[in-house]
Write a protein that binds this ligand. Sequence first.
Ligand code: BDR
Ligand code: CA
Length: 325
Amino acid sequence: MKDLILDVDTGVDDALALLFAVRHPELRLRAVTCVAGNTGLGQVVANTLKVLDAAGAPDVPVSAGAERPLIGPARDAGHIHGTDGLADLGLPASARKPAPETAGVPAVELLRDTILGAPEPVVVVGLAPLTNLALLLRAYPEVAGNIERLVFMGGSASTGNATPVAEFNVWHDPEAAAIVVDAGVPVTMYGLDVFYHVSVDAPTCAELLGHEEPGSRLAGLLLRHQIALCGADPRVNGDGLLGDAGAVCAVADPEGLTTELLPVSVELAPGYSRGQTLVDRRALPGEDAAHGLSGPAHGVDVALGVDALRYRRLFLDTLLSGPPS
Ligand code: BDR
Ligand code: CA
């Protein structure tokens, strides 16, 4: 059993990740923290609570975190996730209030308390701009000792999506991403190099939609949105992306991912390449100095390959297995 914390900007694919994390028998979701990204912070919190209700996990602690990046204003992705960030499905609002309204615990404190209070090192998964996690690691560096691994969906060793070279989560808060890759905890970067390969086809989506159980059916509705959104995108072949949920599949089943330990730096300079993750894939150590590149470069397990069918099957089997007991 793995103890897990998710940091999210729910978001259609964050919702898929939440549903998967709640359902997977070897994962124990200990807390969820929210950050501005796909939509504004208040909407992210409301969406997260709705999804956990539908997933049959109304008791998982949820807390609100940063409402904007460390530097600059928040920028949303409503063109992808719908005006409410959750495909405008009209899900009922949760009756639950998140911390801090209920318990006075902001996200950074919930993260610290959950990590330090866990009996075994936890896996922390960032599926959003890394603002909350950067604030945590700067305010309470002692948490590093009880983090088994930090997996984040973000970055790219090739092209970007928010810009030609920058992926959305890193582009939204590059300084936060730089702090996280430099924090001294084992980090896995689940970036666009694998993100665009893990998808679900229309028959699988129909199977979920036909299910009576609310969490499974919600997964079907979200994937139907993803299929419509991806349309003719040749990278996805008419399927719907699992997106962030793929990063949680990688926690449950790391064997499905091929990674390489590589130096990664985040471009922080203003301009066209701000937010790019510079993944150094050259063969020889020390070439940085030889070529005059400056700035720190840190060892990150960069995901470069994925067994996409294996994760599709894992997602479907997990979502069809019914709510947690
Ligand atoms: C990332 O950006 C968001 O829109 C998705 O939820 C995912 O976390 C992909 O670049
Ligand atoms: Ca996300």
